[in-house]
Ligand binder design. Structure first.
Ligand code: SF4
Length: 316
């Protein structure tokens, strides 16, 4: 029977997600026009549904927004081609891209005339698509992909690498080691691109994993950082599982089938605290003597990004 739940800290919303959500809220506050958001503002169904209830319209492509309307780009960033399309359609643009993703775009822009790039990321993820639109890049997801680049990289030109911000810290290190081995002339950036939130949430799981029978990761199946948390937890505790929201699965059956007595809970950077609260409440209803506490020694996420003064750029 489940006896103890430990909550990981930090977990859930990161500074970039809070920034993107408050960006959209602020834009809506300051305009009487409809506000469109291109793609999910962050990868979480609850966040998107809450915004839809407040009148925000989500679109997949700019062509779905009327000419001249207000469109906000999501936290994951967009490629220059999308910005160009927005200009051509006279859209008023709000860019809610996380500043840590923007930093990777900036690096790509600054070095694109001099360097070749390897991009370590996940094919098809919104952030990867946006960053890879800045310059020609070779996408790698594994050490095998790095091997496959032999013969494609020009050894007479400088080479460096960029990363998606939400990768597994340990797996990415192996890929970087492989890049160094295959392309010894590669220039290593002073700092890698995996963001503080990804790193800290993975560290929090690593710290508690020996003390639990399994981790429950709350996060969407298209949330890269949530999937990395699950992957990390399952390496040590294979019973670990992920759900998007409290209604997704029969959590009691899951816990009892797996004979879990001590459960760790974490949440991806785009998962709101309300989902953690709902799941804890459900567990408490099933197990009235359950002890729920923060994992000892855990710390808060104290990072914060300020919104820009001018949220909207007209014909940017
Ligand atoms: S996970 Fe990192 S890069 Fe992504 S929004 Fe949060 S702080 Fe920004």
């Amino acid at each position: 029977m489940l006896k103890q739940v430990y909550l990981a800290n930090p977990r859930g919303f990161c500074a970039g997600v809070k920034y993107a959500i408050s960006f959209v809220d602020k834009v809506q506050e300051t305009t009487h026009e409809k506000v469109y958001v291109r793609k999910e503002i962050v990868h979480n169904r609850r966040v998107v549904e809450d915004m839809q209830k407040r009148g925000i319209i989500f679109i997949e492509e700019l062509s779905e927004a009327p000419e001249g309307s207000t469109v906000v780009f999501s936290a994951h960033g967009v490629s220059p081609a999308v910005v160009q399309e927005a200009k051509e359609r006279n859209l008023k643009i709000g860019d809610a891209t996380c500043p840590l993703v923007t930093r990777v775009h900036r690096k790509a822009r600054n070095m694109k005339d001099s360097h070749q790039f390897i991009y370590i990321g996940h094919e098809g993820h919104d952030e990867a698509i946006g960053t890879m639109g800045e310059a020609p890049m070779f996408l790698v997801e594994s050490e095998k992909d790095v091997e496959a680049l032999k013969g494609k990289i020009d050894s007479s030109r400088p080479l460096t690498y960029l990363m998606q911000t939400t990768l597994s810290v340990s797996d990415t290190k192996k890929i970087v080691d492989k890049i160094s081995e295959v392309f010894p002339f590669v220039e290593h950036p002073a700092k890698d691109d995996i963001c503080y939130a990804t790193t800290e949430r993975q560290e929090a799981v690593a710290q508690m994993i020996q003390e639990v029978d399994a981790m429950l990761v709350i996060g969407a199946n298209n949330s890269s950082n949530s999937l990395r948390l699950l992957q990390l937890a399952q390496k040590t505790k294979p019973k670990s599982f992920r759900i998007s929201a409290s209604e997704d699965i029969d959590i009691k059956a899951m816990i009892e089938d797996q004979e879990i007595e001590t459960l760790g809970i974490t949440a991806g950077a785009s998962s709101p605290q309300v989902l953690v609260d709902e799941i804890c409440k459900k567990l408490n209803d099933y197990y009235p003597n359950l002890n729920i506490s923060l994992f000892p020694g855990s710390r808060e996420d104290s990072m914060n990004f300020k919104l820009p003064k001018n949220l909207i750029q007209i014909n940017a």
